[in-house]
Design a protein around this ligand. Structure first.
Ligand SMILES: [Zn+2]
Length: 88
């Protein structure tokens, strides 16, 4: 059985296969789609990631104090969204 995780964007409890794992490395957020990166991870729906960055939800999740830089993550999310569009 898979453990249940909560999306840090909408707080909904969810099966991790529905969520994207995000890690914070030296103040920068990186997507970890295979959930293998070391360090503290936060889980978020793809559609919630942008809002979570905007609201500082990641910064709270990692307790890093300083604001996390979400530019890498947002770039990844944009590419994923673009791929989803093409499939439809
Ligand atoms: Zn969510």
């Amino acid at each position: 059985m898979n453990p249940i995780r909560s999306c840090i964007g909408c707080r909904k409890r969810e099966n991790p296969t529905m969520l994207l794992r995000v890690v914070c490395v030296e103040g920068k957020l990186f997507p970890d789609p295979r959930a293998i990166a070391p360090g503290r991870g936060a889980w978020v729906h793809q559609k919630c990631a942008g809002k979570a960055v905007e609201h500082g939800s990641f910064t709270r999740a990692y307790r890093c104090g300083a604001q996390c830089d979400g530019s890498e993550l947002l770039h990844y999310i944009n590419e994923m969204d673009a791929k989803d569009m093409k499939l439809k």
